[in-house]
Write a protein that binds this ligand. Structure first.
Ligand SMILES: [Zn+2]
Length: 431
């Protein structure tokens, strides 16, 4: 029997080297050294890293690539971004949202990013973006898993029609219940929204992912209510709190109570370092807060923590290119967390951890998993984060769906090498 594909001599994220990966029927059929069988296509990994695809567990696909529409965010601030989104929303068309989302997915695939959880704003009574992204979800299904979150951007209670629109969006087939408790008019409204949204998820058997405490206000404590409601409604393992930046500013004593509550509830945390580092602390003079949530402390307790991209070339963030290694790299710097173990973990935080938060089936490099993986121009996960490594090949269900040449420069320097590959600069001693 001929395999569809064999990747030769791969290094794996768990440290195994010299592995061949054989693919049959779109699934991983074998992972072992020296597979001698025939294959329709053979890729020589040459010792480089093969990893499962990147997963972005926090994104806004209805806004992506809208930078400059209808005008640029000149100040680069959150407030101008919100104003811009308000100007753009009435101008959105079904086809334009689809076109931008598909174009973004092209970029994502080229970066080995094959699963995205996107929040979609339900505060537009037309539910135009919801319908457009549901169509996109179907169209990209062969190459990218898109999970949608019903997100009341202007507040579940604060926006006059969000309560009804959120249910309408779920009826249309949106996958996950979203919210934004810190943006409601009062703390009490925020807590009430958390309760109501968790009850909707419990009744419908859905996952929950709230924009939660995306604020520098140490008294923004909706994550506490989210954890308590998760326990009360038996939603353990199905709930994520996104951002959680107020935790950065909270009193240590309070956090020492809060984190065990999150652990008990099995609530996952999603930090978005590119955006949190740019949007938080903006009312501060000096010293200026960084505004990332407490990633090392949550990890130490065993709370699942993943990293999301949040934005890419939209009213809130003019940069980004669907590169989850950029997200991991930013987290390493901004937290900061520079131990070898933590840098290695940052790679998991954009692959395996978000895959489990999304509940992706068949994800991973074990025999029987979907044959979805990425060949990177790097020796191991730490090197991949250091280099924001080139994606040499992206494989979905055993087929190569994106390829790029290795990033190598030629040099014209007397007495020096003729070519430079940054991946060759990997430290000799591994781990
Ligand atoms: Zn967001």
């Amino acid at each position: 029997m001929a395999f569809e594909l064999i990747v030769k001599n791969a290094s794996l994220p768990d440290g195994r080297a010299g592995q061949d990966i054989a693919v049959a029927d779109g699934r991983i059929a074998a992972v072992e050294p020296g597979i001698g069988a025939e294959a329709r296509r053979v890729i020589d990994a040459a010792g480089r890293l093969v990893a499962p695809p990147f997963v972005d567990c926090h994104f806004h696909m209805d806004a992506t690539l809208s930078l400059g529409l209808p005008r640029m965010n000149q100040s680069g601030t959150l407030l101008e971004g919100i104003a811009l989104w308000g100007e753009l929303k009435p101008l959105l068309t079904h086809d334009a949202v689809i076109e931008r989302a598909l174009r973004y997915c092209d970029l994502a695939v080229s970066q080995g990013l094959l699963a995205v959880r996107s929040h979609v704003d339900v505060c537009d009574d037309r539910l135009l973006a919801v319908e457009a992204l549901i169509e996109v979800r179907e169209r990209v299904k062969p190459y990218l898993d898109l999970q949608l979150v019903a997100f009341p951007q202007d507040g579940y209670y604060r926006s006059p029609t969000a309560v009804r629109n959120l249910e309408r969006a779920l009826d249309l087939g949106v996958d996950v219940v979203g919210g934004i408790p810190h943006f409601e008019r009062t703390m009490a409204d925020g807590a009430a929204s958390v309760r109501a949204l968790c009850e909707i998820a419990a009744a419908r058997g859905l996952l929950v992912d709230l924009h939660c405490d995306e604020s520098d206000d140490p008294l923004s404590r909706h994550i506490e209510t989210l954890a308590a409601e998760t326990v009360r409604l038996g939603l353990q393992g199905r709930v994520a709190g996104s951002h959680l930046t107020s935790m950065h500013s909270m009193d240590n004593y309070y956090v020492s109570k809060l984190l065990p509550l999150m652990k008990e509830a099995g609530v996952a945390a999603i930090a978005n370092p590119l955006i949190n580092i740019t949007l938080q602390g903006r009312h501060d003079t000096y010293p200026r807060r960084r505004g990332l949530t407490r990633i090392p402390e949550m990890r130490a307790l065993g709370i699942p923590v993943a990293l999301g991209q949040d934005c890419c070339m939209d009213p809130w963030y003019g940069l980004g290119d669907a590169d989850m290694l950029d997200v991991a790299n930013m987290a390493v710097h901004a937290v900061p967390m520079t131990s070898r173990e933590a840098i290695r973990w940052s790679f998991e935080a954009v692959t395996t951890v978000p895959a489990s938060i999304l509940g992706l089936e068949g994800y991973g490099l074990d025999v029987g998993c979907n044959a979805d993986f990425v060949l990177l121009q790097a020796a191991d996960p730490i090197e991949a984060v250091r280099l924001r490594a080139q994606r040499l090949a992206v494989v979905r269900r055993g087929k190569v769906i994106a390829e790029a040449p290795a990033r190598i420069a030629t040099l014209a320097l007397e007495g020096r090498p003729a070519r430079v590959d940054a991946a060759d600069y990997a430290p000799r001693a591994s781990a």
